[in-house]
Design a protein around this ligand. Structure first.
Ligand code: FAD
Ligand code: SF4
Length: 526
């Protein structure tokens, strides 16, 4: 049921944002008998509302200045370009459904190391997260997956190629059945038809996005969800530590003239994702919540990703068939590579694509791009003009466990990034280029990169993490090991911002498991 106004003036918990952390919090707090309100900035999309391709920019992109209220946001900073999800269900609407578990070193590195035996402590919560998200092994291998497998064979590492665990319902294609996941308490679902369009939103009711599991079940238990409203302030009541709760202020996010309102809450869970939570808290640390740790905004990480394309001028190839990420290849102990696809007709990314090159500065990279284009003008022109970009290209998502961090700071007009003292994420990773070149050779294609990466050396990520990391004291961290914000009563952060080390793989399962653990620690109402 969609709502645009809260039904009550006071709640036990208000949850800011409805992505992975927010959805887990909504269900688990409702199960404990709390009155819960979820406030989500984005729209509440139904299956049929999702764009048919990523050329339908008003439904695909979140760009309020142009009155585009779609499900994906691109945010560009000096040091990084970030892709994230917006809407009821957060990043699950736009994500590629892949749910890998990190390897052992994740649990023993970063600011949370030593606070708990994370690997064994999180084991049962990973299991719950896996079940709740309906994760299952992808039963199909398509063109892109076979190419990744060929690469693993070429490198004599075939045993390190696997199909992915994904949150997709693989019933009979396009056939609707009663809830197959939650003993009939969940919504009806339809079988995946392998159209490849998971990252523009599943129009076929097969993707297990959060509105089909956690949020749906939370609503059955009375949780209220209002969409198209953005939380803008959280003021403590009683004293500066929120001993008598908080007044939460929010305003409309999709109208030209934005009306505001507020509700009381005994507790608040910030779940706006890294971009939403850190931006809001950096602002509130200067006004309503001055006791938030000085560590806020620090230790921002990615999976050290590189996103390269392999484009093939061969109309017989169809890389668009399958689920968005069907397979994963472990290249070495620190590195994973995934073959990622868009659905037929989705060709937006061909805009702004250049030949993939390396080089120390923008001049040398520009010269190399020009040289490649001059040497093989027809070959590249044909690649730019391939009939269906989604069918004739595959995105190579390269991720590494190696650590590198950035800092978010409050700027005059918007949040900005600052390079931290150690390594910060780089666009050009020689191993990623080597793998993309080999993939090109195996498939008759050429490696291409997005302009921001190849020319401006700004890496892109769909996996932004950290900024409100865990630690043992407020001088070094924003939350304790139970996701509780230091210095405030009943205030939690449950989203990607608390991830305190680099998981090296897609992070949603981990965000879900950590949120499950945090919510398990909150006491029931007696
Ligand atoms: C194209 C793409 C593909 C991806 N594929 C995968 C994948 O295959 N596997 C994987 O594990 N991960 C994937 N990810 C990453 C994954 O989507 C994120 O890591 C995950 O969604 C983060 O979860 P979260 O709980 O931090 O918050 P999010 O899911 O980001 O949700 C935060 C929500 O809060 C809302 N919000 C923010 N601020 C406010 C505010 N002030 N008031 C109200 N609402 C607010 C936002 O609109 C958003 O809906 C992908 C991401 C993208 C963009
Ligand atoms: S491949 Fe198509 S039908 Fe299957 S989950 Fe993705 S979008 Fe839905």
């Amino acid at each position: 049921m969609r709502k645009s106004k809260p039904g009550l003036k006071a709640y036990d918990y208000v949850i800011v944002g409805s992505g992975f952390g927010g959805s887990v919090s909504a269900l688990r707090l409702s199960e404990k008998g709390f009155k819960v309100l979820v406030i989500e900035k984005g729209k509440w999309y139904q299956n049929k509302d999702f764009p048919k391709t990523n050329w339908q920019l008003n439904k695909w992109l979140w760009l309020p200045t142009f009155r585009f209220f779609g499900i994906m946001k691109m945010t560009f900073f000096r040091h990084i370009g970030i892709l994230s999800g917006v809407g009821v269900g957060g990043g699950s609407l736009v994500y590629a459904n892949t749910l890998p578990k990190p390897q052992a070193s994740f649990y023993k590195s970063g600011s949370w190391a030593g606070l708990a035996d994370w690997e064994s402590e999180l084991k049962p919560y990973y299991k719950t997260a896996h079940r709740m998200l309906g994760a299952t092994s992808n039963p199909y291998q398509e063109e892109g997956d076979r190419l990744l497998k060929d690469l693993s064979i070429e490198e004599q590492r075939k045993e390190f190629f696997h199909t992915t665990d994904v949150s997709v319902f693989f019933g009979e294609a396009d056939v609707t059945v009663a809830d197959p996941f939650f003993n009939g308490k969940g919504p009806e679902r339809s079988g995946c038809n392998r159209c490849g369009a998971c990252m523009t939103g599943c129009r076929h009711n097969a993707k297990n996005s959060l509105d089909k599991n956690y949020l749906y079940l939370a609503q059955q238990l009375g949780a209220e969800i209002i969409s198209e409203h953005e939380v803008v302030d959280v003021k403590p009541k009683g004293d500066v530590y929120g001993s008598e709760g908080y007044q939460v202020y929010f305003r409309e996010s999709t109208r030209l003239f934005r009306k505001g309102q507020s509700v009381k809450a005994k507790g608040v869970v910030f779940s706006g994702g890294v971009l939403g939570t850190i931006k809001l808290l950096l602002k509130l640390r200067q006004s309503s919540l001055p006791n938030i740790s000085p560590a806020l905004g620090k230790d921002v990480r990615t999976n050290n990703e590189s996103l390269l394309f392999n484009v093939v001028n061969n109309p017989k190839k169809d890389f668009s068939k399958g689920i968005a990420i069907g397979s994963i290849y472990k290249v070495d102990k620190d590195t994973h590579l995934e073959a990622v696809r868009y659905g037929q007709g989705s060709g937006f990314w061909r805009l702004g694509m250049t030949p993939a090159v390396d080089g120390r500065n923008i001049l040398s990279r520009m010269l190399k791009v020009c040289w490649k284009l001059i040497r093989s003008p027809w070959a590249y022109l044909k690649l730019y003009l391939v009939k269906d970009f989604a069918k004739q290209s595959i995105v190579l998502l390269f991720m590494q466990q190696l650590d590198s961090t950035l800092e978010f700071k409050k700027g005059w007009f918007r949040m900005k990034t600052k390079a931290s003292s150690g390594e910060h994420p780089q666009a050009h990773i020689p191993l990623a280029h080597k793998l993309a070149t080999k993939t090109g050779e195996l498939s008759g294609g050429k490696p291409m990169a997005y302009m921001t990466e190849s020319l401006f050396n700004i890496p892109s990520t769909a996996h932004i993490l950290g900024g409100a990391v865990m630690g043992s004291s407020p001088s070094e961290a924003v939350v304790d090991k139970n996701n509780k914000v230091f210095a405030y009563k009943n205030m939690y952060i449950c989203d990607g911002s608390v991830i305190s080390a680099n998981p090296g793989v897609n992070p949603s399962l981990t965000i879900t498991a950590i949120a499950e653990r945090a919510m398990n620690g909150i006491k029931k109402i007696k």
